[in-house]
Design a protein around this ligand. Structure first.
Ligand SMILES: [Fe+2]
Ligand SMILES: [Fe+2]
Length: 182
């Protein structure tokens, strides 16, 4: 299981919640690039093929890692403290996990369609429409999802977990801190 303080601080962010917010910005940026390239490829030829492949890989990687960080590290910790914030906070985590599942299915279909495009070199109109629908659907899902996380869940985490995270970092410096001799 990934531990939030280590996985987050290992890439150089002082605050794990800032790291998660940074991942949100990357997910938004990658989705917006893929939507643009898909729209520009509607005449049947994939535009910016190398960028398309690179961004697709980056999006898959960051979305997967981000969900693991939340579901295996952040959310379980919040559940331990959630009762102090009420049942609503626990239900909110369940909804977010259901949305992770929906996003995961959509990412899988995006990857399958994109691989087919890249292998055939063609963009059939029906597949372009489907890919656009999947990507814009993902962008909408993430917009709502991220809004809840950043306005409700992360502030709750900052209130309830900050002392534990701070203690863990003091006891066990991150890889970045060790490499700096800190
Ligand atoms: Fe999430
Ligand atoms: Fe998130």
């Amino acid at each position: 299981m990934r531990e939030l303080p280590d996985s987050a601080t290992s890439v150089g962010f002082a605050n794990p919640l800032e790291f998660l917010c940074g991942s949100h910005r990357e997910i938004e940026r990658y989705l917006s690039s893929l939507i643009r390239i898909t729209e520009e490829s509607r005449d049947g030829r994939i535009r910016e093929r190398e960028t398309f492949v690179r961004v697709l890989r980056q999006l898959s990687g960051i979305a997967f890692g981000h969900t693991v960080d939340e579901e295996e590290s952040l959310f379980p910790r919040l559940r331990c403290t959630g009762r102090t914030e009420g049942e609503g906070a626990l239900r909110r985590l369940e909804t977010l996990e259901e949305e992770h599942g929906c996003a995961d299915k959509a990412h899988g279909e995006v990857d399958r369609l994109a691989r087919h495009w890249l292998a055939s070199g063609q963009v059939p109109p029906a597949e372009a429409n489907r890919l656009t629908a999947l990507l814009t659907g993902l962008a909408d899902l993430y917009r709502r999802h991220i809004q809840v996380e950043e306005s409700d869940v992360f502030p709750q985490a900052a209130r309830s977990l900050a002392p534990a995270v701070s203690a863990a970092r003091t006891a066990k410096p991150s890889r970045v801190e060790r490499s700096k001799g800190g």
